[in-house]
Ligand binder design. Structure first.
Ligand code: HEC
Ligand code: HEC
Length: 500
């Protein structure tokens, strides 16, 4: 709780996503590309294939530039970003896995040294020594994946670590092995995609034909391996975790579906490349690469979305509080534990309880969710965010702090009543979206449409009068007369739409 909050006008989820996805897209290639280079070099040397050796030399230049410069810089970028966005989580990870990181960095140093030497020594040392350098590169790179894989998978499935606190239990957690195989498959696939990018630029001819075919095969084999291990991986995630994540958030389902479709598209494109051979256009290889990037992004988004509302599942919430800490702060108050404050208590509460996932009026904005409502409504919602759609952690402050935050938020809303901004059916829909659908989205397990089927306007009015008694945490209905009439009509419409 002693960390200051970084309040920049950006969506943190998007910022983290963009940097992390670009980083993994390059760093997985750094591993797969290493294996591609040594295996292709071994073959080319055996066959005294000078054209292939020349191609590999050029590839190793592109490879060293991309992986060392972009890979290393974006890796450092990730450290900056996680330190800024989630200092508490970064602290836990460093405390648990300090040695693992030290090991990973050692592999990384070996990896980059070998890569630089490999690139510079094509014609300067014996073939055997050169290949050895290549192997050292690949093995060190893969071992660094082995190390970091334990930390990434730990965050979603800490497994027995939650009880034992043992670093080994945390590292070799339930998704460690499937994820390692999956990511190794991705490495191979990316070697294919990057390789095709270069092979497609070769002049049309026999050399291009065989290089494109061999490289497309890498893509297909890697894709097949990752598709199979994705199923294994999904199975290794505890069913309760997946069920909770997919209950009322569409993102996990949508991103998994996108990942599966894109894998099919990738497979089709790679087959096409295989058939095209020497006529493969450079533009086509670029498209393949972009599809691969979006595919990888969809997979990582799915994996990350399963973890909500935690950063470390079952241990640390997205807002940076430990589960046990948050239980205590609900009694004792949150701000008493904050060292770094802005001087505005309401703002501090917003920054420390909502800002890790929302902005006020930009990315995932809160303002539209509260425009036209009353302080009492905002306060009830704040105290019950764990009931809303979105898998949010419970509000971690005490009752007085919830009031304080609600006052702060309400003062910044558009305070005209909804009925002054909307009319008729639009007003009804808007009132429903703001006052009900945040907890009862239509077509979700919390959909209450059925409860309104066949009810008269008077009966629904009666329900609204006792709204606060319908469920623990449900706000009283506080809209004005015009809004109320429109909302009742909308609820009747919803009730009529329910399929018997
Ligand atoms: C760990 C992340 C996280 C934290 C912390 C968090 N939220 Fe959310 N919240 C979400 C997600 C995800 C959604 C679903 C919105 C979406 O899918 O875009 C959501 C939705 C909402 C909604 C419904 C809006 C809508 O468009 O459906 C409200 C209101 C809301 N949050 C209020 C709050 C308040 C107030 C706080 C702070 C006290 C807070 N949230 C803290 C992640 C979070
Ligand atoms: C902050 C979350 C929240 C909001 C906002 C909310 N509800 Fe609820 N509602 C609940 C909870 C919690 C329950 C009790 C558990 C359940 O039945 O799912 C509940 C129960 C209900 C029930 C169930 C009655 C029953 O016994 O079957 C109805 C009907 C209902 N709500 C309608 C509404 C309507 C209409 C609105 C908008 C005016 C609304 N709710 C807004 C949280 C909320």
């Amino acid at each position: 709780m002693s960390y200051p909050v970084w309040d920049a006008p950006i969506g943190y989820g998007v910022l983290m996503g963009v940097i992390a996805i670009l980083h993994v897209f390059v760093s997985h290639f750094a591993i797969g590309g290493g294996l591609y280079l040594v295996l292709a070099e071994r073959r080319a040397r055996r066959n005294s294939d000078d054209a292939a050796l020349d191609f590999l030399k050029r590839m190793s230049r592109f490879f060293v530039l991309l992986t060392l410069v972009f890979g290393a810089l974006s890796g450092v970028g990730i450290w900056f970003i996680i330190g800024l966005l989630s200092p508490a989580a970064t602290e836990v990870l460093i405390h648990q896995f300090g040695w693992v990181w030290a090991i990973e960095w050692t592999f990384f140093v070996v990896e980059i040294t070998a890569a630089i030497l490999y690139y510079h020594s094509w014609d300067r040392i014996t073939a055997k020594a050169h290949l050895t350098l290549g192997w050292i590169y690949f093995v060190a790179a893969w071992l660094s994946l082995f190390a970091i894989n334990g930390i990434i998978t730990f965050m979603l499935t800490p497994g027995r670590w939650l009880e034992t606190g043992s670093v080994l239990h945390g590292f070799f957690n339930p998704t460690f092995w499937p994820s390692l195989v999956l990511r190794t498959g991705i490495c191979g696939m990316l070697a294919g995609l990057y390789g095709l990018l270069l092979a497609a630029r070769e002049p049309e001819g026999d050399f291009k034909a065989r290089t494109v075919r061999a490289t497309a095969r890498w893509g297909l084999l890697g894709l097949a391996a990752s598709a199979l291990s994705l199923a294994w991986y999904a199975k290794a995630v505890p069913a309760a975790v997946t069920a909770k994540a997919t209950l009322d958030l569409s993102l996990p389902g949508a991103s998994l579906q996108a990942a599966l479709w894109l894998a099919a598209v990738l497979a089709a494109l790679l087959l096409l490349a295989l058939l095209w051979g020497k006529r493969l256009p450079a533009a086509f290889a670029t498209v393949l690469m972009l599809v691969g990037l979006v595919w990888f992004g969809a997979f990582e988004t799915w994996r990350e979305s399963l973890r909500k509302p935690y950063i470390i599942h079952g241990y640390l919430y997205g807002n940076g509080l430990r589960v046990t800490e948050a239980t205590a702060t609900r009694q004792t108050g949150l701000l008493t534990r904050a060292d770094a404050t802005t001087g505005d208590l309401g703002l501090d509460l917003f920054l420390r309880t909502c800002r890790s996932c929302h902005t006020w009026s930009g990315y995932k904005p809160l303002k539209p969710a509260f425009d036209g409502t009353e302080p009492g409504f905002v306060a009830t919602v704040v105290q019950n965010i764990h009931l809303l759609r979105g898998n949010m952690p419970p509000f971690p402050g005490n009752a007085a702090e919830a009031e304080l935050l609600a006052t702060h938020l309400h003062a910044r809303t558009d305070q005209r009543p909804l009925s002054a901004r909307f009319a008729g059916a639009v007003l009804g829909r808007q009132a429903f979206a703001i006052r009900c659908a945040i907890c009862h989205p239509v077509n979700s397990p919390n959909d209450k449409s059925k409860s309104f089927t066949g009810l008269s306007a008077g009966e629904i009015g009666g329900l609204l009068d006792m709204a606060a008694d319908l469920g623990e945490g449900m706000p009283p209905y506080t809209g004005d007369e015009k809004e109320r009439t429109a909302l009742i009509e909308h609820l009747q419409t919803l009730g009529r739409k329910v399929k018997p």
